[in-house]
Ligand binder design. Structure first.
Ligand code: SF4
Ligand code: SF4
Length: 403
């Protein structure tokens, strides 16, 4: 396992599988990733991805569809609520379009005010970390973790869509830490997937994230520190969320948190505030995923692997030199384009997609991290968790899912 180029960052993932190796392991042939190769950006420039369906997918977020699918969850009211949930983050994303910036997606969120020269003393690194978490939670963060800044996860270049070219990311030198924040996604909405209705959970997660990131970063700036708020832009969020102790890496390529399972959207703030860092957590996810294949079996385009973690670059949208469960982004996005909505079927069926305010699910989570994980998996199937909440039932306020 390698260390970051600045030597400051250790292993990303502490949790390990049956072979003692972590589910996310950086190898010596690691290559940093360019945002130009992100599959969403390839939908702008790569004929292999830029299909008519992909164009229809993006257009469906910006303009009313002329017709809706004759399927529950894909009607006018479903697209209407989805696009309304994206409104806040859309405003930021389109604010600097003329400058070929896309705040929160292809460039950091823009801050309007500089801070003072003099820095406020936040106390010891541990005290500073506790204060940062308190403030982020006050602004609405559901989860907050801190990790060392690690150049490995910063994109080699950002994508400028209008110019159709890669440009420097522009992250200032001297960042030492990353504040990783997570927003829980609405479980009822997620469980209606596949549907346009479910996309409201994604839009809401991003919109809420934008508020927390902007406000927390501005607070740090008001104290004299540098802070760059970032959603999907600038760097990969998953390894940072793992390093910040917010969860473990799952077979479906998402971070599984102990609080909300995989139903979390992450954002991050790069800063030079002197804060203590969290450590990766382990509550048995890696071992559980080795036994479970629910996401693999449920994925319509077969994008999720069934074997163990491997170092494989599936296509140019995969990161090279990382041994992990690799989801095929091309197959995944082609399905999103087909249904004109983001798909979260793997999130819905994941046994960690539960309401952990209930005691029985907290007990189940504990058992999933023990040798009784096979029993847990069997019980999951018997009880019927992971079933779809029918969109028409969501609209009617009905719910027939097992609790
Ligand atoms: S989001 Fe849907 S298509 Fe993509 S990996 Fe998950 S189940 Fe498969
Ligand atoms: S569905 Fe099962 S295998 Fe897939 S991420 Fe969740 S626990 Fe792991």
């Amino acid at each position: 396992m390698t260390r970051g180029p600045d030597g400051s960052a250790g292993p990303v993932a502490g949790p390990s599988g049956a072979d003692g190796r972590p589910a996310w392991e950086v190898l010596d042939d690691f290559e940093r990733f360019s945002q130009v190769d992100d599959v969403f950006n390839r939908a702008s420039w790569d004929p292999e991805v830029a299909t008519d369906e992909a164009r229809r997918f993006f257009a469906s977020y910006r303009e009313p569809l002329r017709s809706w699918r004759n399927a529950s969850g894909f009607g006018q009211r479903d697209y209407a609520i989805r696009n309304a949930a994206w409104q806040v983050v859309d405003v930021f994303a389109e604010m600097h379009d003329a400058d070929d910036l896309r705040d929160g997606f292809l460039s950091p969120l823009t801050q309007l005010r500089d801070g003072p020269e003099e820095r406020f003393d936040l106390g010891t690194p541990e005290e500073a970390a506790a204060t940062v978490k308190q403030v982020a939670r006050t602004f609405g963060a559901d989860l907050v973790g801190l990790c060392a800044h690690d150049e490995r996860w910063v994109y080699t270049e950002r994508y400028a869509r209008r110019a159709d070219e890669g440009r420097p990311v522009g992250l200032p030198e001297g960042m030492t830490s990353v504040v990783v924040v997570g927003q829980a996604m609405d479980r009822d909405l997620v469980d209606t997937v596949p549907s346009a209705l479910s996309g409201a959970a994604t839009g809401l997660g991003y919109s809420k994230d934008a508020l927390v990131l902007l406000a927390t970063a501005q607070w740090l700036r008001n104290l004299g520190y540098r802070a760059v708020p970032s959603l999907n832009d600038t760097a990969l969020a998953i390894p940072l969320a793992i390093a910040a102790g917010l969860g473990e890496y799952g077979r479906h390529g998402m971070v599984i948190t102990s609080e909300y399972g995989p139903r979390v959207r992450f954002g991050k703030i790069f800063t030079d505030a002197p804060v203590a860092h969290d450590r990766p957590v382990e509550f048995g996810v890696t071992r559980f995923c080795e036994s479970c294949r629910r996401c693999t079996n449920a994925c319509p385009p077969g994008a999720i692997p069934s074997g163990g973690p491997v170092a494989v670059k599936l296509n140019r949208s995969s990161i090279g030199g990382v041994r992990k469960w690799s989801v095929d982004g091309e197959k995944c996005f082609s399905y999103w384009a087909q249904i004109a909505n983001d798909c979260m079927i793997c999130m819905r069926v994941c046994p960690y997609n539960k309401d952990f305010s209930r005691l029985r699910h907290r007990i189940g989570r504990r058992l999933a991290g023990t040798r009784l994980r096979g029993l847990m998996l069997w019980l999951e199937g018997r009880i019927g968790y992971g079933k779809r909440l029918r969109p028409r039932d969501w609209w009617a306020g009905r719910d027939s899912r097992p609790t």
